[in-house]
Write a protein that binds this ligand. Sequence first.
Ligand code: CP
Ligand code: NVA
Length: 310
Amino acid sequence: MAVTLKGRDFVSLHDFTVEEIEQIFDTARFVKMMDKTGQPFQPLKGKTLGMIFTKPSTRTRISFEVAMFELGGHALFLSSQDLQLRRGETVADTARVLSRYVDGIMIRTFSHDDVLELAKYAAVPVINGLTDLLHPCQAAADVFTIIEKKGTARGVKLAYLGDGNNVAHSLMFAGAKTGMHVVVCSPPGYEPNPEIVRLAREDARATGAVIELASDPREAVRGADVVYTDVWVSMGQEAERDERVKALTPYQINEDILKLAKPDAIFEHCLPAHRGEEVTDGVMDGVHSVVFDEAENRLHVQKAILALTL
Ligand code: CP
Ligand code: NVA
């Protein structure tokens, strides 16, 4: 049965039911089919999305901007450098003012609390385009891609190797909501946030998903259907670069470790990749890699989120 998501914020996948996530995926399949067959689908005529960025972006900015255009609406790129936020206007006041002009706000920033604050004071839907804690649009596109490639997410084993970061956190929620077996394998000190693990395991009870933590990369990858990694140094962590590279080097995805996964395993990465660090060229450009289909699916999944919430 169709569920209505009008007016809802998209801040964390944890906030959505299993049925609501299925609705997003069904809509994404529909908008992708319309796109591929060249049929217009423009439910957002006359609507504007404000997009606040305090961190760089290639995929998120461009896919949201193109998504709004193709859905019949308009997107405004708002660099935090140029907003009065930089001069001390509060997040709450910014939320209230923007709500008088735009129909939705997408934000990429450091503090997750700032996004919660924005959502609290905005009268329009707020979409999380990445915080230090979560990256829900990415994980939704990742699982959508898994379903396209594997036919289902249920029972699919995803091994995530590396930093227990924003991408790992949202993958745990996405996997928990769709019945996957997610293994997050990190060195000591780089494990995912225990509260996110607890919440994902709570979500997993409804779907039979398994959320596992591990530290041995070879064991984690063994028999995996999906092998995933992300950068070792996320935006804002540049000062920790040397220690991170040292700790995370044994967690690299290379041709050797990928052999332990299932023969038909796929390789995912949210991108941008630091080739030669968390992943080798051979894996990025090899037969298992689906990273560019995954990047494309950001567009389709975000169109679904925009069409349903705005
Ligand atoms: N994966 C992702 O969010 O990419 P960008 O940082 O380029 O937006
Ligand atoms: N973990 C990375 C993801 C980039 C899309 C970061 O936060 O920089």
